[in-house]
Design a protein around this ligand. Sequence first.
Ligand code: NDP
Ligand code: GDR
Length: 350
Amino acid sequence: MKKALITGITGQDGSYLAELLLKKGYEVHGLIRRSSSFNTGRINHIYQDPHESSARLFLHYGDLNDASSLNKVLRDIRPDEIYNLGAQSHVRVSFDVPEYTGEVDALGAVRILEAIRETELNTKFYQASSSELYGKVVETPQKETTPFYPRSPYACAKAYAYYITVNYRESYNLFACNGILFNHESPRRGETFVTRKITRAAARIKLGMQNCLYLGNLDAKRDWGFAGDYVEAMWLMLQQTEPDDYVIATGETHAVREFAEKVFARLDMPLQWQGSGVHEKGIDSKTGKIVIEIDPKYFRPAEVDLLLGDPTKAKTKLNWELKTDFEGLVNMMVDADLQEAEREKRANGR
Ligand code: NDP
Ligand code: GDR
């Protein structure tokens, strides 16, 4: 039975990847952080008591900031594959905690690579690289050869992690790959990323549980895919004969504004926009109520205006397939958040 270690298993991608690997028959190990409240909500449905003989998912306390914990987990498990998904993954927040973001997102990667090297394991390594590396537009669509221009402490840290992964591949002949993944979303997306923030708030506005949604830059454009499709690409990268770096994207881009329009339309609250700049407002054209306002606190010191990826290499070399389109993604997220809001409303007897 193959063994995999996932850092960031409690996050959006970690949970989908763990499901995929369990389905493929792997023994899955996840690194989790000690937290004062439960942080395993996304993986509870696949967790089994480790005392049961059929258990194949095991969790280990550790931290990407703590090399000794990483070394110990690697020595104990001796995984065939490591997926390094753990990160302080919020771009806006990285401007508030730049040093911490560098510790986890940049040095975290080298800590694991060093642990692989020191333990002399024949482990394949996947690094969660990001389209944020492209930052300021140099060319579109962005592909593996497009130069990087990081625009945030998060992206700068991820640039280090990208290059150290390439460097360990070239220096020590490690099987190490970068997946340069463009934005990918799901009903499990963290609530403060823009897509989930919009679907969650719109559902709550629809049910009268919230009045208004506050957003930042409505004109940023992103290439949004479904996380469930993207974790398949991570696995495929580690099944090749040679390690390499791949862009994973849909090849379509949409503005935040358009995402919001689609979401509110699905909930029968078609949006009309009024005003401009920080005074712009989104109005539910059926009721005339203001449902979206701008709060400048969500603007970033430096913005990434346009991301649009070219996944040709992944499609041809990995045979990776995109299964969920933009419309399908929006509908999946809206429907899940509407159900969740309905549950909450029922539970509160409202
Ligand atoms: P999430 O924010 O949902 O998950 C991040 C995970 O990292 C969580 O499990 C979190 O643990 C863990 N983590 C945070 N800090 C540490 C630390 N110091 N030590 C160990 N683990 C830590 O991110 P996603 O699932 O969306 O993304 C997965 C990876 O892919 C990240 O590296 C992200 O930067 C990258 N990425 C994501 C993209 C996307 O669109 N989703 C696109 C491109 C790259 P906890 O639950 O305890 O907070
Ligand atoms: P991003 O995702 O920064 O692309 O990073 P996010 O959803 O946070 O922002 C996307 C765009 O929306 C604009 N925006 C807002 N963003 C947030 N979070 N909240 C708001 O209220 C808001 N209003 C407008 C942003 O300015 C931005 O332009 C994600 C993360 O998952 C990274 O870890 C990953 O590497 C990249 O995607 C690819």
